[in-house]
Design a protein around this ligand. Structure first.
Ligand code: APR
Length: 240
């Protein structure tokens, strides 16, 4: 912990990469943990373009359920600690795989959302993209003004990440410290940001209660929940 704190304090350019684990302490289930979403639901039936084409109502029932869960949740100390880091560091970027919007609700401003946003809709025909925070939704599936069915503004398995990827890659190539919190690091290309940062000379600090495929390749792997570890690591002020 001491070593990690010193690296972080000395760094002026920091990136944080987060996954579902950082929202676990806010009561939002992860995907692959013991009570993870993919234990009870099939990703191929709910999080692919094919699944949506086959049964948009089923897919929307699941996203509507997740939106209602997230709407009741509050950002936790882990989210807030990263917002503190954004305030303290001259160069800070938060890259998240999460679609829940809790980093922004914790005051995060520079948030790159690799997998989209559950609070935005996308028209499956005209491509329009707009915010919608109603939970639960009055009618499923929701429609666009052009009459076509709308889809959740998230990135599904097999879909490209879009322009945000180039920004994320650039940020990790430039950073001195990369914090990796709450991800199982099995989903690509997000997980590839870690070796990219490492090969560009960054110190990589992992925060996870469990070992991941990354643990053997990072500089420090801190075992514990992000809501406890991140405040300890970042402290009140971590300006260099
Ligand atoms: N603090 C930190 N990490 C935690 C905590 C916690 N309180 N609780 C659980 N974790 C860890 C787990 O040990 C696990 O390694 O968080 C990780 C969550 O992993 P996943 O459920 O696989 O979530 P994530 O890595 O974000 O998944 C990546 O997969 O399903 C898709 O699009 C979805 O963005 C998601 C992507």
């Amino acid at each position: 912990m001491e070593q990690a704190r010193n690296w972080l304090r000395a760094a002026s350019s920091v990136v944080a990469l987060t996954g579902a684990g950082i929202s676990a302490e806010s009561g939002i289930p992860t995907f692959r943990g013991p009570s993870g979403l993919w234990k009870n639901f099939k990703p191929e039936e709910l999080a692919t373009l094919q699944a949506f084409a086959k049964d948009p109502r089923l897919v929307w029932e699941w996203y509507d359920w997740r939106r209602s869960l997230i709407a009741k949740a509050e950002p936790n100390a882990g989210h807030r600690a990263l917002t503190q880091l954004e305030r303290d560091k001259p160069a800070f970027t938060l890259i998240t795989q999460n679609v829940d919007g809790l980093h922004e609700r914790a005051g995060g401003r520079k948030v790159l959302k690799l997998h989209g946003d559950i609070w935005r809709f996308q028209c499956s025909e005209c491509g329009r993209n707009w915010p919608d925070r109603r939970a639960p939704l009055p009618k499923l599936p929701p429609h666009c003004g052009c009459g076509a069915i709308a889809r959740p503004g998230v990135v599904w398995f097999g879909e490209p990440l879009g322009e945000v990827w180039a920004e994320a890659e650039h940020a990790v190539r430039e950073c001195q410290v990369l914090l990796v919190a709450g991800t199982s690091a099995v989903v690509y290309p997000a997980a590839s940001l870690v070796p990219i940062a490492k090969s560009a000379g960054a110190r990589v600090i992992e925060i996870n209660p469990e070992e991941t495929p990354l643990s053997a390749h990072v500089d420090v792997s801190l075992r514990g929940p992000a809501g406890q570890i991140l405040p300890q690591l970042i402290g009140e002020r971590s300006a260099p």
